[in-house]
Design a protein around this ligand. Structure first.
Ligand code: SAM
Length: 261
């Protein structure tokens, strides 16, 4: 392994992995075909992982189209379709988007591509800001703008990667704020910080997917999020049932759409 950038997976192990990814692609593909038949081509484009950013890429043939995908792309690839459908059902355009806890930037990328977003704000902790800047630059080039110092400008029409300590710099109305598997790791203090400074004053709709109950001592279950008051929950859907080490279900992961009342 010495000198290699990533561990290599070979032989029977890679075959087993490819089969598992292939079966996931068929399973998720079926749900996309059932729920969004007119968007199947968009989904294929989103999960076609041409950029080798990490993770084991697996060649697949889906609906006679040859693509290269990853387990992660298949796990997160329909989020954009779900958020898009939720906004359209409520007849809401998404010109200004915020993602909190955006990881390496994948879902911000998908939503900007799918929803016709004009200006995006990505927020995460510093190490992830760095990853996201690199990843998003690959797709959006000069539109990517890192806001790290007090004097760094916010760019209208840009993909602004904003440090959490500078969120007051986002002073425009937000059409949609998204969060995936990230509020569930935050303390009440962190949720209040985002709630009071950004979500309650500026956001029209929130689309998020998080655990319904706390897992660690400082976590907060989704019904107790402190920024719910201005919003009505118009749709929930269970996306995953986590299990404990004995295989027993422990709560649910829920996708929820909140709109300003
Ligand atoms: C499990 S990852 C999910 C990443 C991505 N949303 C996804 O679903 O692939 C949780 C993310 O939340 C971010 N996060 C945790 N606490 C945060 C905070 N206080 N402010 C901003 N981001 C935070 C982490 O850095 C990480 O990127």
């Amino acid at each position: 392994m010495a000198g290699q950038r990533r561990p290599t997976v070979e032989g029977a192990e890679i075959e087993r992995y490819q089969k598992m990814v292939g079966s996931r692609a068929r399973r998720v593909g079926q749900t996309v075909a059932d729920d969004y038949p007119e968007r199947f081509g968009d989904w294929l484009t989103l999960i076609d992982e041409r950029y080798d950013f990490g993770g084991i890429r697996v060649p697949l043939v889906v609906n006679q189209r040859a693509i290269t995908s990853t387990y992660h792309a298949l796990r997160v690839g329909r989020r954009g379709l779900d958020a898009n459908a939720a906004m359209r059902r409520h007849d809401r355009p998404t010109r200004i988007l915020v993602e909190i806890g955006g990881g390496h930037g994948r879902t911000t990328r998908d939503l900007v591509l799918l929803l016709g977003v004009k200006t995006a704000f990505y927020i995460d902790l510093p190490l992830n800001m760095l990853l996201a800047a690199r990843y998003l630059h690959r797709f959006f080039g000069g539109r990517v703008n890192v806001v790290w110092h007090d004097r760094d400008p916010i760019i209208e029409g840009g993909i602004n990667i904003v440090a959490p300590w500078l969120i007051d710099r986002i002073d425009v109305p937000i059409d949609l704020l998204v969060n995936f598997l990230s509020f569930q790791h935050m303390s009440m203090a962190a949720l209040r910080f985002y709630g009071e400074r950004l979500i309650e004053p500026r956001v029209q709709a929130v689309f998020h997917e998080n655990r319904d109950r706390p897992r660690e001592r400082h976590d907060v279950g989704m019904t107790d999020y402190p920024f719910r008051a201005p919003f009505t929950s118009v749709r929930t859907r269970e996306t995953f049932v986590p299990t404990d080490p004995h295989g027993r279900p422990v709560g649910s992961v829920i996708e929820e759409f909140l709109v300003r009342s």
